[in-house]
Write a protein that binds this ligand. Sequence first.
Ligand code: ATP
Length: 582
Amino acid sequence: MKFSELTNYFEKLEETASRLSLIEILSELFKKTPENEIDKIVYLTQGRLAPFFVPLEIGMAEKTVAVSIANAYGLTREDVIKSYNNLGDMGLAAFELSQKRNQTMRKRLEENLTVDEVFITLNAIANMKGQGTVEKRQKLLSELLEKMDPVSAKHFVRIPLGNTRLGIGDPTVLDALATAKLGDRSKRKLLEEAYNRTSDLGLIAKTLWRYGLVEVEKLPVMVGHPIRSELCERLPNPEKIIEKMEEVDVQYKYDGFRVQIHKNKDDIRMFSRNLEEMTHMFPELTKAARKQIKADSVILDSEALAYNPESEEFLPFQETTKRRRKHGIEEMAGKLPLKAFVFDILYKNGKQLLDEPLKKRMEILKETLPEDDILIRTKNQTIKDPKTLGVLLDDAISKGLEGLVVKRLESPYVAGGRNFNWVKLKRHSSGELNDTIDCVILGYITGKGKRAAFGAGALLVGIYDDKNDEFVTVSKIGTGLTDEEWREVHKRADKIKLSHKPPRINSLIIPSEWIRPEIVIEVLADEITRSPIHTAGKEGNEPGYALRFPRLVSFRNADKKAEDSTTVKELIEMYQQQGKKD
Ligand code: ATP
């Protein structure tokens, strides 16, 4: 496929404000895509060169890209920066400057680049290391830019800057693949299990194009490919849990980082809950995995946090997240070493264990990790009476933990699932919500008066509707942020401001500015109420759900993507459970 054909589709995708037409345009693009390019095009539509879990990012600085544009169009870097400052986006600057090119330069367009060529060059740029890298990258980039039409240049320069603006979520790609190849988007379900096991949309697309659905369904769990995490449901109290689940395995709920540990002989990799590779962040866990795990190949599920075994103190989440940084990790590992509390095993020596019941997986885990050290098997206990469960909850809280996770003994590991196989139980207080809600900032409403100088006003926040792969509103938050936090919000939000409502946001409220759904915040509210002006859970003329007296607790960017925020289904369940202490 010609690269210009692909970017014409990008242009259409960027212009649409509705998710359904997003799927339609994408599936039309996929239908035209040949087997040898489908994986590349899938990655490029998400601004990537590989699946999310492969840390292959080009990450070029604006100044460097500006030099490439200048060289390609016979301009100076200052010309480019000026246009960029005017337009606020390097893509638009490239578009404008490319349009002004003289005739001789335009002739080169006839060379007509293919998607393959662009992809290969971008890969080469991403993999470049060592001396002179910046200059070499600049040169390759400007050579491609010389051959591109203005629309292609616009979308192309955003890739190395990590600033593609199409905002296409994984479920939307799955919908479009299903529409293109299997007839309609309800068939997405057929692709979903493979996606939950492999987390690789490109691989699924390539397999589907080349070999058909049967082979997609056979795609196995692979060491090195993160499995999408199983998550918890909520129930209000020990009685309700035992009533619903009967006999259960009770474990502590550790409040740290979810870490999936992959071991293939000496090769150890760690993935976060949102499927990012994080191995570099955990040198002490990597070393421990090599030493402690008694198997050639393994996938473990765990929670990493700072813990002092002498005092049996678990350090708060904020301490643990200090680890999320680029530099000084070794020093940090010395000062505040982490432990990983391992609570599941998903694969061992060539055999996937997802379908084994939890009881069996816990036995295999014990054989595989016989001794506690840096990796520690979670404490667990099988119980079937609410009283003991209540005592264990108090015990967990008194140790500074969040609460408990209660699991059905007979349940398989449902990758990517959130159901009543796993239920979290936190400290309960009558009537009030006893859990925070993770919201995404969707836009902001500019304020008036004195505090407007800090950009204070209100934030329009939403949650994730995983059924429709869109973001729906639950609240406007105006209080609870310090001036400093407002400044921080604006600093980040201004970089991801959008010119119009993105297709995946469903809102009746129009903020002063829309922003790309990216910033996740933890919010505490007094209550969930029904509201006609919010779109969360809104069906037809029925009202939606909203938060009453919401306040900001923390920024959750360290470990959550927008799609990991609280879902509509969860919010409705929390609504139904509120006030039901007994
Ligand atoms: P919260 O915001 O309440 O911390 P969450 O949104 O991160 O929860 P949940 O699905 O509600 O996610 O809870 C599951 C999370 O709890 C897991 O992602 C994991 O990080 C953590 N966790 C801690 N201990 C355990 C355990 N023993 N078993 C499973 N998950 C655990």
